[in-house]
Design a protein around this ligand. Structure first.
Ligand SMILES: [Zn+2]
Length: 94
């Protein structure tokens, strides 16, 4: 079983979380057209190796987390709060 170290609650079973998708995808701008938005909504990669994902701790603190996980071994390299991850990426607090 996958166990995720939540920064707020500690090490927890995967059953307490809900996978919320690929954290590397960015929503297209409105002027990019319907094809870009359809690709954003429906097209998914199936990466082999390290992957950045969103996980929601639904049975715990209910925080959205940014998890770096290996898709084969399920080893977790890092877990951070989504707001901190957004601040680190954009330089702006949400
Ligand atoms: Zn938590």
């Amino acid at each position: 079983m996958l166990r995720i170290p939540c920064p707020w609650c500690g090490l927890r079973d995967e059953t307490e979380f809900r996978y919320r998708g690929d954290a590397t995808r960015t929503r297209p701008a409105a002027d990019e057209g319907p094809e870009a938005f359809a690709a954003y909504v429906y097209e998914r990669d199936n990466p082999l190796g390290w992957h950045v994902e969103w996980w929601l701790h639904v049975a715990g603190c209910r925080q959205l987390l940014r998890v770096v996980r290996h898709t084969v071994t399920h080893e977790i390299r890092s877990v951070s709060d989504a707001a901190e991850a957004a601040t680190a990426t954009t330089g702006r607090a949400r």
